[in-house]
Design a protein around this ligand. Structure first.
Ligand code: NCD
Ligand code: ZN
Ligand code: ZN
Length: 345
């Protein structure tokens, strides 16, 4: 049994930092593990133009602890009124690494998202010609569609068409949760990939609902049946370059989750790498861990692989029941559980 594991320094290809005090308190958790992160733009108000993205990037950089090398990669929040010229200029200037499509009202802070997918075609066309990556929260929002079916429906109603009509556009199907999403990504060409979160590899919907309602296991897309979790584990650990690490760490104060209408999002940043590694070990796929965590993402985004390395060692440790961020209690993923691997600082 391996006792230590050294890999190229990984990156997080889907992350929520928020802003202000919360951002300052959560950035160090990510920066100690990851060299870069795709920072999601769903602030209030959202990051919809290159000037606000550049300013947000500076605020994040000022929260990175001294001596740590960390680069936030910024995304543009697409709306019905996105200006393709500003997006293209922001990408050319190195401010935007990608643009993020939220169907309006699909998830946390998505009210300003896209209400009519077809209206965005000129933006998709421009992104395709400029080779800008499109990150998608892939769920339909129609009220009559069951929440457990919303990802699979999105594939049929929107994703197939987008991928067909813009066949060179690079698309990341974010935080996939179903076997349908795995199959779709595998059917597509190399310009379509997916991120997978630690929670969707560890839990199915029972974790949310058995023995009481557990708001800290609630995120969007919501965890599905066991068969889907198994399909995700197979995909993540298969060695396919189409799947890579994206934590979707989404901090919310404890009171906002433990509520009559609790918000969606799991805060997994503190032990994200250790959480993923547990899955790869359980699946007997340690040889594919570095690809998933550190190689596949840069290859897809056409960015260099990180030069530095990180080492993890077998050292069981308990995840705290609670942490503090922005003066608030916040419950991390795996709270109270023991993880077998620890990142060596
Ligand atoms: C995210 C958040 O809180 O910003 N929540 C979540 O449940 N995943 C938004 C998102 O990624 O959809
Ligand atoms: Zn999302
Ligand atoms: Zn997210």
């Amino acid at each position: 049994m391996a006792e230590t594991l050294t890999i190229r320094r990984p990156d997080d290809w889907h992350l929520h930092f928020r802003d202000g005090d919360m951002m300052r308190d959560v950035v160090p958790f990510t920066a100690r593990q990851f060299a870069r992160a795709i920072v999601m733009p769903n602030l209030t108000p959202p990051v919809t133009d290159s000037a606000s993205a550049a300013a947000y990037r500076e605020r994040i950089l000022s929260a990175v602890p001294d001596g740590i090398d960390f680069m936030p990669l910024m995304t543009c929040y697409l709306t019905d009124d996105t200006d393709p010229d500003d997006l293209a200029r922001g990408a050319a200037e190195g401010i935007f690494t990608a643009a993020k499509l939220y169907p309006a009202n699909a998830t946390t802070n998505s009210a300003f998202g896209v209400s009519d997918m077809a209206r965005l075609d000129p933006v998709f066309a421009r992104m395709e010609s400029e080779d800008i990556v499109l990150c998608i929260h892939g769920e339909v929002t129609e009220s009559h569609i069951d929440i457990f079916d919303r990802e699979a429906e999105f594939i049929e109603r929107h994703l197939r068409r987008i991928v067909r009509d813009f066949s060179k556009l690079r698309v990341v199907f974010e935080h996939i949760t179903t076997s349908e999403a795995v199959d779709f990504v595998l059917e597509c060409g190399p310009n379509v990939a997916a991120t997978i979160t630690p929670q969707h590899l560890h839990i199915n919907r029972n974790a949310m609902l058995v023995g009481g309602i557990r708001p800290h296991a609630y995120c969007l897309p919501v965890a599905k049946r066991e068969q889907h979790r198994l399909a995700l584990r197979k995909a993540a650990t298969s060695g396919s370059p189409k799947f890579f690490l994206g934590t979707d760490s989404a901090p919310h104060p404890r009171h906002a989750k433990e509520s009559a209408c609790g918000c969606a999002g799991i805060f997994n940043a503190p032990f994200a790498l250790e959480s993923y590694l547990a899955v790869f070990e359980e699946e007997d796929a340690l040889e594919h861990f570095e690809g998933f965590a550190s190689l596949n993402g840069p290859a897809f985004y056409k960015l260099p692989i990180n030069k530095a390395t990180v080492t993890l060692k077998r050292e069981p440790h308990k995840v705290p029941d609670m942490l503090t961020a922005a003066g608030e209690d916040i419950v991390p993923f795996h709270a109270g559980e023991t993880l077998d691997w620890k990142l060596v600082d």
